[in-house]
Design a protein around this ligand. Structure first.
Ligand code: GLU
Length: 506
């Protein structure tokens, strides 16, 4: 039997280090066992999936040296490898489940479900679908269909019994079926949910081992039930521990950069980042901490994964990156690394138009825009408050900048300008009061090249990191304040949208 594994990222944002972590372990498992490694794009969330996020994931993984054997870009015998191109397959399969009585149409309206939830809440009953449409008669179903009533398709989860999951790294995981909701498998728009598409594809793509993050453990009983309902063999499940922030919480971009693009733009070497991810939850038999992908693959043993989570520690990554810079390159070779990064005519020439009118000598150029070529910037925190404003207020203002920047799909100067104008309007401040703080956060200086162009060139993830860093310097925004701020921000935006009839994008 050929071992076949996969990663199945959803293209809904910047390429995440967690995707590379899963990619590395799947790749190593496949290569070590002479198997194949598939990349499948799970883009069934139509509202959030975007083609540029997909290409961003491909680019980032390839930059790190994670290469798949089958995928949407290179094809393969079990394609298409993009779920949005497989809807016919899901419809055919959902029919099988309906015919077998393993799934059923649910015609409950959103209002009815809201009412049901309210009552469950009031009466302190367990939450979840109450099964009203579970046993509709043929005639009732026919009637609804005749009326063109919209419906979803739900999984018929047994009322009793236990689902036992055998995870290779853990002892048996048991779930009582009566604790599991009748999961929606197909939405009213005919699109499958994650659970349905994931199981059908893993089966049809002949995946033998599902190696994925621990956050999917609670979904697994639904998957097991689906395999059983179809009468398919269940792949082996291997749930890897999550990447964690240094404080032990799940790695999140609130506390740590999570985008692979950040590490690229900040000047980390792809091989160091890949190596670092190979230390997450894993130690090689010789305990060596610096290794190549080939080394990692050659003695890879999935049973050496230790549970309990792995702290993604930027300090340690910097230490490892420094070792690569020191030990792996002659100065000439290192020069090539610089030119492959940002010190090249293409990048530098984009800085010139921003600077031209400000130069007295050619020698003014690099000092004035060195912040675009720096991992971090250092400055006196008092510059952020202009020495007299309240640090907490400035931190909250910067936080709303983050909120607004997150809604931007195109990272271009015009959109960045509109974003900061909106933030200024929210706080009822002149735009200068926002931009002057941003100048400092981004460049560490009070006078800098044009702000929007600088942010555009610095890049989304580096910009975010600098703003987050400036918020931290100001003492960060506490949990409660953050919640209130989010509410105020959302409220203000919904009023703005209603009055302007605007879309969400500036
Ligand atoms: N689409 C899921 C994700 O975004 C895949 C989870 C899985 O591997 O089953 O990670």
């Amino acid at each position: 039997m050929t071992i076949r594994v996969r990663i199945a990222p959803s293209p809904t944002g910047s390429p995440h280090v967690g995707t590379a972590y899963m990619g590395l372990f799947n790749l190593a498992f496949a290569r070590h066992h002479n198997g194949l490694f598939v990349l499948r794009v799970e883009d069934t969330d139509q509202g959030r999936s975007r083609p540029e996020y997909e290409s961003g994931i491909f680019r980032a993984l390839q930059w790190m040296g994670i290469q798949w054997d089958e995928g949407p870009d290179i094809g393969g015998p079990f394609g298409p490898y993009r779920q949005s191109e497989r809807t016919v397959i899901y419809r055919e399969h959902i029919r099988i489940l309906i015919d077998k009585g393993k799934a059923y149409r649910c015609f409950c309206t959103a209002d009815r479900l809201a009412e049901m939830r309210k009552l469950q809440h009031q009466n302190k009953l367990p939450e979840g679908y109450d099964g009203r449409c579970r046993n509709l008669s043929e005639a009732e179903i026919e009637n609804h269909l005749q009326n063109n009533d919209p419906f979803v398709i739900r999984l018929r989860v047994p009322d009793e019994g236990t689902c036992v999951i055998n995870d290779r790294l853990r002892s048996e995981i048991r779930y009582e079926y009566n604790q599991i909701d009748d999961q929606i498998l197909m939405k009213s728009d005919g699109y499958p949910t994650y659970h349905l598409a994931n199981v059908i594809d893993d089966h049809l793509m002949r995946i033998t081992h599902v190696i994925r993050g621990e956050e999917w453990v609670p979904s697994t009983p639904k998957h097991v039930l689906l395999y059983q309902s179809f009468g398919w063999e269940i792949p082996e499940f291997i749930h890897l521990p999550l990447l964690l922030n240094p404080d032990g919480s799940k790695l999140s971009k609130r506390k740590n950069p999570t985008s692979i693009d950040y590490y690229r733009d900040a000047g980390f070497l792809p091989e160091a980042l890949l190596n670092y991810l190979g230390l997450m939850s894993y130690s090689r038999p010789d305990q060596e901490e610096k290794f190549t992908l080939d080394d990692f693959v050659s003695d890879f043993d999935i049973d050496r994964v230790s549970l309990g989570g792995s702290i993604f520690d930027l300090k340690k990554l910097r230490w490892l990156n420094a070792r690569y810079l020191r030990e792996n390159y002659t100065p000439d070779q290192l020069w090539l690394k610089f030119t492959g990064w940002r010190i090249n005519p293409e990048f530098l020439s984009r800085m010139i138009p921003m600077m031209q009118n400000r130069l007295h000598t050619l020698g003014d150029f690099i000092p004035a825009c060195s912040f675009l070529l720096a991992t971090d910037v250092s400055y006196d925190t008092a510059l952020l408050t202009g020495h007299d404003k309240d640090p907490g207020e400035i931190a909250e203002m910067l936080q709303t900048v983050i909120f607004q920047l997150e809604t931007l799909t195109d990272w271009i100067p015009g959109n960045l300008q509109t974003a900061l104008e909106l933030v200024a309007a929210f706080w009822e401040l002149p735009i200068r009061d926002v931009t002057s703080v941003l100048f400092v956060a981004i460049s560490g200086m009070t006078v800098a090249p044009p702000l929007y162009e600088s942010m555009a060139l610095l890049g989304r993830d580096m910009t975010r990191r600098r703003i987050m860093d400036s918020i931290d310097r100001l003492g960060s925004v506490g949990r409660k304040k953050m919640k209130k701020l989010e509410e105020r921000w959302d409220m203000w935006n919904s009023v703005r949208h209603q009055t302007n009839g605007e879309g969400n994008q500036p």
